[in-house]
Design a protein around this ligand. Structure first.
Ligand code: ADP
Length: 607
């Protein structure tokens, strides 16, 4: 048993050594004791304050508190954990937690109060920090979630609400599997396993499930949460939506795959010519593997005599220009040469600076081979064509001689026959023979043109007379048609081959009639314009489709849709064209299908 004296001594020792401030005072507030902790906290020594009023350490605006506390004491009540501020000797405000108890004498009368004060600045700082952290969590763009080791969600910030679509109250208290896709539940075990061991998980990329069922690619960092004693009680998760990063990365992946699988050789190099990438097609084309090529100078594949090309290409690319379809030759690993078509583009960094070049090369050996084949075919075709022209020339020449004698004999026969019926037959025969002669003559002309042997007379003649002759000739042969001449020219001398010009007009008139079966009229124009004579033959016939107009002057060309009933070889207009252009004139046609055509040609007057 300890004596009351011993007990007192023990209490005094405790009071003297405790870290808590212990003060006693009368019910009026006069300080009666002041322990060493009070001395340390407030800066006043015990002898200075004993006998002073407690208001010494109370800020003016808080004097009422003291009245309240003493009021409670007088009533015999305790005031516990009253948080307030007190003033030190050098006027610093200190946050305190006060516990004030009545002191009674042996008779039980309240004679004063004991105050135990604890400095709570540390705790306040901690509270402030917490508030700050809470604000950070609240305003963070990253989803921040905490959960227990059992996976129960304990906090859920606004960014988590936005990312996953669940409100805080929908999520807190639920199991974290709320946002984990079924096929990824096993990840949670690994995570919790790591966290329980105190390990952090950094930038773990995975997928999580939003409320609307969307899968969100996220990067998540998970840290253990420890309590005051350092025991791990849960985990905090910071999740970042990486869908944008993902799409950029996926795009990059797709591009890389395209480059990889391309049939074209794709490579890149720096401006000083160091190879920086080399796709599979490049391996195939040049024989160097990626490892053998990357880091080497591009001259690896350039034949020495073509090294200057590289300077040109790099010069263009440095200026930001592209080099397109540059045909050249490159060297393979085994020394072979490949003809290629190169397209080189500048590689530009994010600041717009040219940092290198990308090259796309296509092997054109097959293309070149086929070009050679084409050239060969073209030569053969030309030879065949020449042979055909030669044959036509020969054949028409051979045909011409018997035709001339047939015509001669028919003429004699016509004179000798008296019977009218037989005479008519002979005349019909002569008409057909003359048609045949015309055809043979035309064919002969074509072959002469091809052989460069069609000669022209160059004499002065009256163009009006030639037009009149042609109109007369055709009018006689086609009595059903009215051929009307519109002319302001009475007589005009030009130089050239009158027969050939007549042949042109006759041809045009014949066509005008042949290709206007439903009409009975053809108009002819003859005008004298500044330095030329212009002649037109207008019909009201089938016309020619616009897209065919350009072709009608081509040798052997016939418009398929308007000549089904009209026979011909497609050489009449070709001859007209040759004759007119050899006279330094022009020939063209204006036409509208179903309305009619006008063929025009000009002849220079100073020929
Ligand atoms: P063809 O002997 O076939 O008439 P041409 O060289 O004289 O040969 O004419 C070429 C083609 O142009 C003809 O087949 C015909 O389709 C077309 N053509 C020529 N003249 C006319 C015209 N007056 N009206 C409509 N089509 C015409």
């Amino acid at each position: 048993m300890i004596t009351p004296e011993e007990k007192q001594a023990m209490l005094a020792a405790i009071i003297a050594s405790t870290d808590d401030v212990i003060i006693s005072m009368t019910t009026e507030g006069i300080i009666t004791s002041w322990n060493p902790a009070a001395e340390r906290l407030f800066g006043y020594m015990e002898p200075e304050v004993v006998g002073q009023h407690i208001s010494l350490i109370i800020p003016a605006e808080r004097l009422d508190e003291e009245k309240f506390i003493l009021g409670q004491i007088v009533k015999g009540e305790k005031v516990e954990h009253f948080e307030t501020f007190r003033l030190t000797r050098n006027r610093v405000l200190i946050p305190l937690s006060l516990t004030v108890s009545p002191i009674r004498n042996n008779n039980g009368c309240i004679i004063g109060a004991s105050k135990i004060a604890r400095d709570i600045s540390e705790r306040q700082r901690a509270d402030d920090k917490q508030a700050m952290l809470a604000a950070i969590v609240d305003t963070s763009d990253d989803a921040i979630i905490s959960k227990t080791l059992g996976g129960i969600i304990t906090s859920w910030n606004p960014a988590a609400e936005r990312l996953f679509g669940y409100a805080e109250k929908e999520a807190v208290g639920k199991h974290i599997s709320l946002i984990i896709p079924a096929n990824r539940l096993h990840e949670e075990d690994t995570i919790i396993g790591n966290i329980s061991k105190g390990n952090k998980i950094d930038h773990f990329e995975t997928l999580r499930l939003a409320k609307d069922g969307r899968l969100i690619p996220i990067s998540v960092s998970i840290s253990p949460i420890r309590n005051r004693s350092g025991i791990i009680t849960g985990a905090s998760k910071i999740a970042r939506d990486i869908s944008h990063q993902k799409t950029a990365a996926e795009k990059q992946g797709v591009l890389a795959a395209i480059v990889d699988t391309s049939d074209d050789t794709i490579l890149s190099k720096t401006l000083d010519g160091t190879i920086t990438s080399w796709n599979k097609a490049a391996v195939k084309m040049f024989g160097f593997t990626e490892a053998e090529a990357i880091g080497k100078h591009i001259s690896l594949i350039i034949p020495p005599e073509r090294l200057n090309e590289e300077a040109y290409i790099i010069g263009e690319v440095s200026k930001g220009n592209k080099v397109d379809h540059f045909q050249t030759v490159r060297r393979t690993k085994n020394g072979g040469l490949v003809p290629i078509s190169l397209s080189v583009s500048p590689v530009i960094d994010e600041h717009g600076k040219v940092i290198g070049a990308s090259k796309i090369a296509r092997d054109i050996s097959t293309e070149q081979a086929s070009q050679q084949e084409m050239a060969q075919l073209y030569r053969q075709l030309k030879e065949l064509n020449e042979k055909k022209d030669e044959f036509i020339g020969l054949a028409s020449h051979e045909l011409k001689t018997p035709l001339t004698s047939i015509n001669g004999y028919l003429q004699i026969l016509g004179q000798r026959i008296t019977d009218e019926k037989n005479k008519a037959f002979v005349n019909k025969m002569r008409l057909q023979v003359s048609k045949l002669s015309l055809l043979v003559n035309d064919l002969l002309d074509v072959s002469k043109i091809e052989a460069g042997k069609l000669h022209f007379a160059n004499e002065e003649f009256n163009i009006r007379a030639v037009v009149d002759d042609a109109v007369d000739l055709i009018s006689h042969a086609n009595s059903r048609y009215q051929i009307i001449l519109h002319s302001s020219v009475t007589a005009h001398l030009i130089k050239g081959d009158a027969h050939r010009i007549e042949q042109v007009i006759v041809n045009l008139l014949t066509n005008a009639i042949r290709y206007s079966p439903g009409s009975d009229r053809v108009e002819v124009y003859l005008t004298h314009e500044s330095r030329e004579i212009k002649i037109g033959v207008k019909d009201f016939g089938v016309g020619i489709a616009p897209e065919k107009l350009n072709h009608v002057f081509t040798r052997y060309y016939r418009v398929d849709d308007n000549n089904s009933k009209v026979s011909g070889l497609g050489i009449g207009l070709y001859l007209c064209y040759e004759i007119v252009t050899r006279h330094k004139g022009k020939i063209w046609v204006e036409s509208e299908p179903g309305i009619g055509s006008t063929f025009w040609f000009t002849l220079p007057t100073d020929f």
